[in-house]
Design a protein around this ligand. Structure first.
Ligand SMILES: [Cu+2]
Length: 316
């Protein structure tokens, strides 16, 4: 009867709720089945005995209604409180992009590094994963953190965690995604402060199990990669990053701003909106602009969309 180690504070909170539910169930199981067995023996059929006819008992009925009601309300509120904490990433979270594909996990870091099947994060710091899929639905699951989230093609989903236990933690794909689904495994390394500094500097880490050997060559950051892509893909012909007018809206201060659409709706320019604007530009037409923008679905890859959005985010 043991769970994987709980390597975040939220995981510890989930475990408390979990064990409360388990012991509550054990208590009622023993109470109900024990009483049943006792009654079966005590009131078994005996000759010449007439049972008493009982029609109702108000006290008993009130108790067996109110007590379970209170218990389920406790479970609801408790679950809601932990769920809220699990869902809302702190604003200072470190962001890592995750791409699921048949059958591996790819990670893109803000500083431009990319890793496959190995995710590196610092200890005691909130980390937010912005996840998408290149093909089918996958599910990103870290049992030690008690977090699991579907990774879906054509949109971003997200989870966050603040690891408290340095070392290696297992990542699974938890959604059947084809032949090698069971092989879609990755390692999550929670690095101590010293190791994290090494990793950021591009130095080789002294991890027995890791296959990564870092180079010292500084790579462009994810946002810089995005800026370069805008040039290569011709986005700059229609979009400026400094507010100057072009055929399309400027990227300056776009991220998380309110965008007025041609149909009068107002939407927030979050990651999913930006992604849709690139893949299906006419789905939400910006007010004051014509349907000029061609679709870039299939023309920019999952990695490239992540870099482009990171660049737009950096223009705040
Ligand atoms: Cu998968």
């Amino acid at each position: 009867m043991s769970l994987p180690i709980a390597a975040t504070d939220v995981a510890v909170m989930w475990d408390h709720l979990y064990w409360f539910l388990v012991w509550l169930s054990v208590f009622f199981f023993v109470l109900v089945v024990g009483t049943m067995i006792y009654f079966v023996i005590k009131y078994r059929h005996q000759k010449k005995q007439k049972p008493v006819f009982i029609t109702g008992n108000h006290t008993l009925e009130v108790i067996w209604s109110i007590v379970p009601l209170l218990l389920v309300l406790i479970v609801f509120v408790w679950g809601y409180v932990v769920y809220r904490k699990m869902i809302h990433a702190p604003p200072n979270s470190l962001e890592v992009r995750v791409i699921g594909k048949q059958w591996l996990w790819q990670f893109q870091y803000e500083d431009g590094k990319t890793t496959v099947n190995e995710l590196f994060v610092p200890v005691n710091q909130p980390v937010k994963l912005i996840m998408s899929s290149e093909d089918v639905i996958h599910s990103f699951f870290v049992p030690d953190f008690r977090v699991k989230q579907d990774v879906v093609p054509g949109m971003y989903t997200s989870i966050w965690f603040e690891p408290t236990v340095p070392g290696r933690h297992q990542i699974f794909c938890a959604e059947y995604c084809g032949t090698s689904h069971s092989q879609m495994l990755a390692d999550l390394y929670v690095l101590s402060e010293g190791d994290w500094a090494q990793w950021k500097a591009g130095k080789k880490l002294n991890l027995k199990t890791s296959r990564i050997s870092m180079s010292n060559v500084p790579s462009p950051t994810l946002a810089e990669q995005g800026k370069k892509l805008m040039l290569q893909k011709g986005c700059v012909a229609c979009h400026s990053d400094d507010g100057s007018p072009r055929p399309g809206p400027t990227y300056k201060n776009l991220f998380n701003s309110k965008v007025e659409l041609a149909n009068g709706q107002v939407v927030i320019a979050d990651e999913n909106y930006l992604r849709e604007s690139i893949e299906t530009p006419q789905a939400k037409l910006v007010k004051g602009f014509g349907p000029l923008m061609p679709t870039f679905r299939g023309i920019v890859s999952e990695e490239e969309i992540n870099a482009i959005i990171a660049y737009i985010k950096s223009l705040k």
